[in-house]
Ligand binder design. Structure first.
Ligand SMILES: C[S@@+](CC[C@H](N)C(=O)[O-])C[C@H]1O[C@@H](n2cnc3c(N)ncnc32)[C@H](O)[C@@H]1O
Length: 280
């Protein structure tokens, strides 16, 4: 059922006044679609939705989980991972430690892609990896590292493109078995990430809207892919500024293939393809 801009404002105001969340600067179009979907999923009309937001904090938590879009994939956009491998991570080999933050990590596939790549490059031991999201359900899924097998068969195509094939020398094919990183149970239709990877990241809830760098450290690399598209320009700039302040000099920020940094804040970075390097 279509929801009017006035009704959307009532929802945003109620969430802002009665919970720690603030969706005022989310992209109105996608936020409206998610509220329309929530009305169907929770079988509510707009008045009852607003009342529930005001009276029931647990409902707000459920609603926030319904509002966020959590689509992700192992080695999503394989070319991006090749860029990371040969243009960013390769520079870290001389570092004593490597700090990486995945902001908006969803169910964890992006984080596990990173850990696999770091392991193949001999960098895993010295990496500190933080993975955050506003949605605790996806964080719990990420921690479990358990995914359906059949639904995610394309994971293995991506794995082949990034881990087995070297685009700079196609004869340099390494037959790395999937079982090095996953337990695969085709009967139960489950793939599970191996423990040595699952135990590596620090996962926690973090809201990019109203929390900055809470880590007591700066970062060599921040990934925030396919999150900024859900924000308006003001919020995008606010979040990019948080990342700018959180990066070491020459640290790298990676955003999604359909996202870009525009306006004055872009002058703080040197752009090299999809990678933004913090200027001196
Ligand atoms: C489409 S997923 C992207 C996952 C992964 N980065 C990727 O590119 O495959 C977007 C994620 O951003 C999270 N998110 C949305 N708003 C957020 C906020 N204010 N703070 C932190 N995470 C947020 C959502 O919960 C969701 O898991």
């Amino acid at each position: 059922m279509p929801v009017s801009p006035e009704e959307i404002n009532l929802v945003i105001d109620a969430i802002k006044s009665y919970s720690p969340y603030d969706f005022s600067d989310y992209s109105i179009k996608s936020f409206t679609r998610r509220i329309e979907k929530a009305l169907i999923d929770f079988r509510l009309d707009i008045d009852k939705l607003v009342t529930d937001i005001k009276e029931n904090p647990e409902f707000v938590e459920k609603l926030v989980k319904g509002i966020t879009v959590n689509t992700t994939e192992l080695f999503r956009d394989p070319n991006v991972w090749q860029t990371l491998r040969y243009r960013v991570l390769n520079k870290f080999s001389s570092y004593r430690k490597i700090n990486i933050w995945h902001a908006g990590s969803s169910t964890g596939q992006e984080v596990y892609s990173m850990l696999i790549l770091l392991n193949e490059m001999g960098l895993l031991e010295k990496a500190n990896v933080f993975a955050t999201d506003i949605n605790t359900d996806v964080l719990n899924k990420a921690k479990a590292g358990e995914y359906t097998y059949r639904f995610n068969l394309e994971y293995f195509d991506n794995f082949n493109k990034v881990i087995r094939e070297n685009p700079f020398n196609f004869e340099d094919f390494e037959d790395i078995p999937y079982e090095k990183y996953f337990d695969i149970d085709q009967v139960k239709d489950v793939i599970t990430v191996k423990d040595f990877l699952r135990k590596k990241p620090v996962w926690f809830k973090h809201d990019l809207v109203n929390e900055g760098n809470i880590f007591n450290t700066k970062f060599d690399l921040i990934l925030c892919r396919n999150v900024l598209i859900y924000f308006n320009t003001d919020l995008q700039n606010h979040v990019i500024n948080t990342f700018y302040k959180s990066l070491f000099r020459n640290g790298a920020l990676m955003i999604g293939v359909h996202e870009s940094i525009i306006g004055a804040i872009a002058n703080n970075f040197n752009k090299s393809g999809l990678v933004y390097i913090k200027k001196d």
